[in-house]
Design a protein around this ligand. Structure first.
Ligand SMILES: Cc1cc2nc3c(=O)[nH]c(=O)nc-3n(C[C@H](O)[C@H](O)[C@H](O)COP(=O)(O)OP(=O)(O)OC[C@H]3O[C@@H](n4cnc5c(N)ncnc54)[C@H](O)[C@@H]3O)c2cc1C
Length: 389
């Protein structure tokens, strides 16, 4: 009999599995996705179509495999010591100037407000190739498989390609989980870490009501235009950031910009685009249901995106981008969170022996890269579950 079943192996799942296994608990990780080499993670993207399109990956290690490596603290003071521990484990360091390419340097030269982005990247291995969102081909970027491997080394068992349908509940106690193909797995405790889209769905299918609302995604657009031969597309992206009230700006190449410009009659190559991401702390007004995700833009979201876009355009024009050529991508989101906050009170179990440890229990609006906070929170939950906190 396992002490804990951990459902999902992303930022939350890998962390809690590692901490529990290191503390001597018998752990089983059950993951929907495959075990893929990091550089093939992009094959596992799953996109939820909604007003704001939501992108995640389904594989061992979860969405961390395609992260940009940005490692920024949230404003959760009680997690201070866990943030410190996490930063140390991930080797978080601001991007050194040696790893900034021409596009980043040009943007840096036209505004004094940029700060260097802290990244969970080993810069002795990083080739600044710009492939972070496809999966790192150089083993330089931290992803949750580092923790999955540590959990395994401490005795955790791992089952992949097994999507979990529901939690098995007897009386008021969670006793196991059931997969979509009817297999059952028993344990003394269950920790759901399937992410902010799937964790509420597992709860709904388990007959637990009230999950699914409060969805935020840190909606973003990329604003870009033509700067011939600048090659932001082939360098480390998001090496700088400017934090404003409600939005964040960061150098970013989006492959969607080229077809937009071609449709306007420009002859343009990926290496000719200079761009800036505008990412907002969107209102947590979205919701997850069994067959669909509903996430649009509130009036406040539109206003923030508008203000961010104006500032990004001004910076791009100062950098020499042809003002006529500047376009923006449609809104997307890659930080889904908040969908189980209305159910979970602090770090209490949902029902006896049932816990959640992923982005679904982090309240929004959020607006910054969440991995550091998810990992720090999961360490805190592991300490509570093992009686260390
Ligand atoms: C392109 C991109 C870039 C990003 N860059 C950054 C960044 O630079 N910094 C940052 O902090 N954040 C970044 N993020 C966001 C970050 O990756 C996520 O916020 C984070 O991974 C969420 O952690 P999680 O544990 O909630 O979910 P996930 O990491 O998504 O893990 C959920 C896991 O559960 C599995 N699963 C789902 N359903 C089931 C089921 N039914 N049964 C079993 N398993 C299931 C999934 O396959 C997955 O492995 C980025 C995201 C994307 C897409």
């Amino acid at each position: 009999m396992f002490d804990f079943i951990v459902v999902g192996s992303g930022a939350g799942g890998a962390t809690i599995a590692k901490e529990l296994a290191l503390a001597g608990r018998k752990v089983l990780i059950i993951e929907e996705g495959r075990n893929v080499p990091a550089e093939r993670a992009a094959e596992t993207y799953r996109i939820a179509p909604s007003g704001v399109e939501i992108w995640q990956t389904v594989c061992l290690g979860g969405t961390t495999l395609v992260s940009m490596g940005n490692a920024v603290r949230g404003v959760h003071e009680k997690l201070e010591s866990y943030y410190l521990e996490t930063e140390k484990e991930m080797g978080v360091t601001p991007v050194p100037e040696s790893h900034m390419g021409n596009g980043t340097r040009l943007l840096l030269s036209v505004s004094k407000d940029w700060r260097f982005m802290p990244k969970a990247i080993d810069f002795s291995k990083c080739k600044s190739c710009g492939k972070c969102p496809l999966g790192c081909p150089h083993g330089a970027k931290w992803d949750a498989n580092a923790y999955v491997q540590k959990a395994k080394a401490s005795g955790a068992q791992i089952i992949t390609e097994t999507p979990i349908k529901r939690v098995l509940i007897v009386g008021e106690k969670a006793v196991g989980v059931e997969s979509f193909d009817g297999k059952t797995f028993k344990a003394n405790n269950i920790v759901l870490c399937a992410g902010a889209i799937e964790t509420p769905r597992i709860l709904m299918r388990s007959g637990i009501e009230g999950a699914g609302s409060g969805l935020y995604v840190d909606t973003f657009i990329t604003v870009g235009g033509i700067m011939e031969g600048i090659c932001l597309s082939g360098e480390l992206n998001m090496s700088l950031f400017i934090k404003r009230e409600g939005y964040l700006l960061s150098p970013h190449y989006s492959s969607f910009i080229v077809p937009y410009l071609m449709s306007k009659g420009y002859k343009v190559r990926p290496i000719d685009i200079l761009g800036i991401m505008v990412k907002i702390a969107d209102e947590p007004t979205g919701s997850v249901e069994e067959g669909r995700v509903i996430k649009g833009l509130s009036n406040r979201d539109v206003d923030l995106l508008y203000r961010g876009r104006k500032e990004a355009e001004e910076i791009l024009i100062r950098a020499g981008v042809d003002a006529e050529s500047i376009v923006s991508t449609y809104p997307r989101g890659v930080h889904p969170g908040g969908t189980c906050c209305s159910l979970v009170k602090g770090l209490e179990p949902l029902i006896e022996s049932l816990y959640i440890s992923d982005a679904s229990v982090i309240p929004g609006p959020f607006g910054i890269p969440p991995i550091l906070t998810i990992v720090a929170m999961s360490k805190n939950i592991a300490d509570i579950l093992t009686g260390r906190a």
